[in-house]
Design a protein. Structure first.
Length: 214
């Protein structure tokens, strides 16, 4: 009997090249997966992060318990926009080299700022922060992806590769954690003026993707 690897190789050869197999997710068989893994490498000309993340969220990237919120009348400003990254206006000279300061929910766009919280009964004991961020140069060519991990908040405990910093003052927990800057690693091939793709995972509310230009 052929093993799985031999079977896949033969089918791919017969099909004339590359085949893409859908990833198995934990969202259950009732959730469609047609757009779950369709993530653009470059920013499309008609890029709409709200529409993209809503569609992808309904396909499995956002927990079912949050779908009524993202699809509701306040879905754009209070829920989807709250999870989109932006670069805050801070003195970058005080930031570690090769780290990008990020916050979530740009108030200049009318979005609610993202809070951060430790586990408790109000957030299902999971905590509420981004536990990983992946940054890649927005190119169709080969490029590095830098992943930053955050094992805990308000302190990114080992083996975290990301860091936290306060937007103002000295305490990231101020204003219900909205004072938190995420310091995320930049890939080695990224420089000022480049457009990057940012893919982050909120412990409570799932995955979100957007593009920013440095």
């Amino acid at each position: 009997m052929q093993n799985r690897r031999q079977f896949i190789r033969q089918v791919a050869t017969a099909a004339g090249g590359l085949m893409l197999f859908p990833l198995v997710t934990s969202c259950g068989p009732s959730r469609p997966v047609s757009v779950y893994n369709q993530i653009p490498f470059t920013r499309p000309p008609d890029w709409d992060p709200i529409a993209f993340n809503r569609k992808r969220g309904n396909a499995g990237a956002i927990p079912e318990s949050y779908l009524d919120d993202i699809n509701g009348p306040d879905g754009e400003t209070k829920h989807l926009g709250k999870h989109l990254p932006y670069i805050p206006g801070v003195d970058t000279s005080r930031m570690p080299n090769r780290y990008l300061p990020l916050m979530w929910g740009d108030p200049d766009k009318g979005y609610v700022r993202h809070p951060n919280a430790v586990p408790n009964e109000s957030n299902n004991h999971e905590g509420h922060w981004f536990n990983w961020i992946r940054i890649r140069k927005a190119t169709n060519f080969w490029g590095n992806t830098a992943e930053s991990t955050y094992a805990g908040w308000p302190v990114a405990k080992p083996p975290s590769t990301g860091k936290f910093a306060p937007f103002e003052g000295n305490d990231v927990t101020d204003d219900k954690g909205k004072n938190t800057i995420y310091l995320a690693l930049l890939p080695s091939d990224v420089k000022k003026g480049d457009t990057i793709r940012i893919w982050g995972h909120c412990l409570t509310h799932g995955e979100y993707i957007d593009f920013l230009t440095l």
